[in-house]
Design a protein around this ligand. Structure first.
Ligand SMILES: Cc1cc2nc3c(=O)[nH]c(=O)nc-3n(C[C@H](O)[C@H](O)[C@H](O)COP(=O)(O)O)c2cc1C
Length: 352
């Protein structure tokens, strides 16, 4: 695949649910009820979403996850329209099961991408990278596409539901790639326990059956998993990338720092390596350029994001895990071997 833009940007917006809200008990409904709602919404046997991963969530991995009873998601957000259309066709050729497409809301061609997703009658669109406009949600829904969105806070989640979202994803700081500031456990208490009108899927640091069962027991409609699927046999990640995952400890997956508020940086979680050092150098260089007025802040931010796209490709596809970006969540410490997607899904749902 070519032409991918960075994956996932969470908006930097005020967080925090009101503290005087009624907290539902952990067993607010039979375990199977929230899970059943998740399965029904996705149209699958197991409400496990394979979180979109730039460069990696293409036809092979997506079809493998869907064929295994989960819900694969194409990382389409940064692709040109025609390339994403081709990838949808190729995925359909490899699976008859439902799968979704992930789009990034700030993509300059978002309206065309949305039109194409509707034309292609994709069942589900996962909107990442900020709060989607009403017109985006409406265009998808009018076209018969179910809309799933990331909710970084309860207030935003509720606003998104009012805009027509069919389901929410809450993703904690433990996750791989671009991350928000709040941990999965806190988001569960802030958001999951307060939303009843639509299914809520939980992501970030989930890598085994016990954790999936615990999330479902707390009312999750299912889980979105990224890191664990990198080492699926069917994932096209370079062998070096997969081996780096198998060797890594959870503490090796660290978040980038922001050095100066003049250049706001969306944190990225990746295995610490020389690529991280290159990112830091790049950040200092761009801070200097913004400070001196040689570069606009927005341009500099875009340049940093382009750095990640290239760096992820360098590691994930070309296998340069020393200088490329090995984006991984903390659950990388739980990834011990390369396994078929079917085995991973079976393990994830084994304790429900
Ligand atoms: C290598 C990598 C690339 C990712 N790229 C994207 C992306 O392009 N779009 C997106 O919405 N999320 C992206 N993510 C986040 C995943 O979709 C998923 O939400 C996350 O991995 C879940 O947390 P986990 O890593 O703890 O399993 C990426 C994650 C990883 C590890």
């Amino acid at each position: 695949m070519t032409g991918l833009l960075p994956g996932f940007f969470l908006p930097r917006l005020p967080l925090g649910a009101p503290t005087n809200q009624r907290v539902l008990p952990m067993n607010r409904q039979p375990v199977s009820e929230s899970w059943s709602k998740g399965c029904a919404l996705l149209g699958v046997r197991h409400a496990i979403l394979g979180g979109a991963m730039s460069w990696l969530s293409e036809r092979n991995l997506v079809a493998a996850i869907s064929n295994a009873g989960g819900f694969g998601v194409l990382a389409g957000g940064g692709m040109p329209v025609d390339l994403l259309r081709q990838e949808i066709h190729a995925t359909r050729a490899a699976t008859r099961q439902p799968f979704g497409v992930n789009l990034i809301t700030m993509h300059p061609d978002l309206p065309e991408l949305v039109r194409m997703v509707v034309e292609e009658q994709v069942g589900h669109c996962i909107l990442a990278g900020g709060v989607p406009e009403q017109e985006t949600v409406t265009a998808l829904k009018d076209g018969g596409v179910k809309v799933i969105v990331f909710a970084p806070s309860l207030a935003l989640g509720q606003r998104l539901i009012r805009r027509g979202a069919d389901a929410l994803i809450i993703e904690g700081h433990e996750a791989g790639g671009h991350v928000g500031p709040v941990s999965t456990g806190v988001l569960v208490q802030e958001i999951l326990h307060h939303v009843e009108s639509v299914p809520v899927f939980v992501a970030g640091g989930i890598a085994n059956g016990a954790m999936v069962a615990a999330m479902v027991a707390m009312g999750a409609a299912g889980c979105q998993v990224g890191t664990r699927f990198v080492c699926a046999t069917e994932c096209i990640a370079h062998a070096n990338f997969k081996q780096a995952f198998i060797r890594a400890q959870s503490r090796d997956a660290v978040v980038t720092a922001q050095f100066d508020p003049i250049l706001p940086v969306i944190p990225v979680r990746a295995l610490s390596n020389k690529g991280t050092a290159l990112f830091n150098q790049k950040q200092w260089q761009l801070i200097e350029e913004v400070r001196s007025g040689r570069q606009e802040r927005k341009e500099a931010q875009l340049e940093l994001e382009r750095f990640w796209v290239g760096a992820l490709r360098r590691a994930a596809i070309e296998g340069d895990v020393e200088y490329g970006s090995v984006m991984a969540g903390q659950s990388v410490g739980l990834v011990k071997s390369i396994q078929p997607a079917q085995e991973i899904i079976d393990e994830l749902v084994s304790q429900l």
